[in-house]
Design a protein around this ligand. Structure first.
Ligand SMILES: NC(=O)c1ccc[n+]([C@@H]2O[C@H](COP(=O)([O-])OP(=O)(O)OC[C@H]3O[C@@H](n4cnc5c(N)ncnc54)[C@H](O)[C@@H]3O)[C@@H](O)[C@H]2O)c1
Length: 346
């Protein structure tokens, strides 16, 4: 049997994040990058100097006319995702689209419908779901080691990098909404959020979100472009354990606190008083596989196309995250009013 032909990938948008895709795909034997496209000629020239065999295009139509492109990775600003993705899908290309998939629910729904009607793979770049540290958290929760999950919280703060087309919630909280959904394997029932604009733009630069997942499980997300303390952290607190993922700590990415508190039902003799059981144990740093999340994500995309499988972060998962983000936006516009949610039918 001859070896299967490498997947021919084009990268659309070679700014700050797009060049990482170019590097990663260029290292994968299963892939040949055939072309890159960007509106900025200077950015294209810089890529072309490093990888002279690549086709360069400033116009998406030129890219889509090429016969040597099976899949397109969309890494433009979020506000451009929908317009370019629908053209790529209409041209019969598999699509990997950066987060957030779109900034509008109907637009996301349209992309899911287009991909499904044409039998194309549509995947969202929710890269933290391919992060071995986040996967370790999932492993602990799935094995029931945390006991009953009480709540989750995430902090993503820094001084920028500030975006011009979307607010800090669409930019950063999208990661945490995707992570929470993955960890709990649930779609939220409600959100409530407030946002603040301190940097004089028309977008929120600071945000605080509460999310309810049912059965009393709640999540909290804080994002900021105006906080000198850089934090990238997700914590899950349960009755038996607390477990923390710290993306900035390469030595101890995950910490497990084998400590917790729970209440036992009142005994007859204690006249309805609950008894609290404290659990005290070790603080440990479990071994976490060393691998690059973006590379894992790209390999997953390539594997799904080769085997005809649905990606973990498929179009529907991308749509669900967009739906939650749109509800967060509505809650902010209503000064934090709770917004109910139910998963959309495609
Ligand atoms: N997963 C992550 O951790 C992560 C990190 C950073 C950025 N991102 C995402 O990646 C995307 C890009 O972010 P960035 O920081 O690289 O932005 P950027 O502004 O640095 O780059 C975007 C590029 O897209 C190009 N572009 C825009 N519209 C185009 C079009 N119609 N045709 C061709 N080129 C076009 C621009 O010219 C620009 O060079 C965003 O969706 C962002 O949310 C994800």
């Amino acid at each position: 049997m001859p070896a299967p032909r490498p997947l021919r990938v084009a990268v659309l948008g070679c700014g700050y994040w797009g060049v990482n895709y170019i590097r990663v795909f260029n290292e994968l034997p299963e892939v040949t990058i055939t072309a890159v496209c960007d509106l900025h000629e200077k950015r294209l020239r810089a890529v072309g100097q490093r990888l002279p065999s690549l086709g360069l295009a400033t116009d998406l139509d030129d890219l889509l006319r090429r016969e040597d492109v099976d899949a397109v990775v969309i890494c433009t600003e979020a506000s451009a995702h929908h317009a370019v993705a629908r053209r790529c899908l209409a041209a019969g290309k598999h699509v990997l689209i950066e987060k957030p998939m779109t900034t509008d629910v109907e637009q996301a729904r349209e992309l899911v419908g287009l991909a499904e009607a044409r039998g194309l793979v549509l995947m969202t770049g929710h890269v933290f779901l391919f992060n071995p540290g986040v996967r370790k958290l999932k492993e602990y929760i799935a094995q029931g080691k945390l006991g009953r999950v009480y709540y989750l919280y995430a902090r993503r703060t820094n001084l920028g990098p500030i975006r011009r087309d979307v607010d800090v919630l669409w930019d950063l909280a999208t990661h945490d909404v995707a992570i929470f959904g993955y960890l709990l394997d649930r779609f939220p029932q409600w959100v409530s959020a407030v946002g603040v604009r301190v940097l004089g733009s028309s977008h929120e630069d600071i945000g605080f979100i509460s999310i309810g997942y049912g059965d009393g499980v709640v999540g909290h997300i804080h994002v900021s472009w105006a906080d000198a303390n850089k934090v990238r952290e997700v914590a899950v607190v349960g009755s038996d354990m607390r477990i923390v993922f710290d993306d900035l700590n390469s030595q101890e990415q995950v910490r497990v606190y084998e400590k917790g508190v729970s209440a036992s039902a009142p005994a007859m003799a204690s006249y309805g008083e609950y008894h609290f059981q404290m659990r005290d144990g070790d603080i440990i740093s479990p071994k976490v596989e060393v691998s690059e999340p973006l590379k894992n994500q790209c390999l997953h995309f390539v594997g799904c196309i080769a085997e005809g499988c649905e990606p973990l972060t498929n179009g529907r998962e991308g749509l669900q995250v967009v739906q939650v983000m749109a509800a967060i936006e509505r809650s902010i516009a209503q000064s934090g009013a709770p917004i109910s949610l139910a998963p959309l039918k495609c």
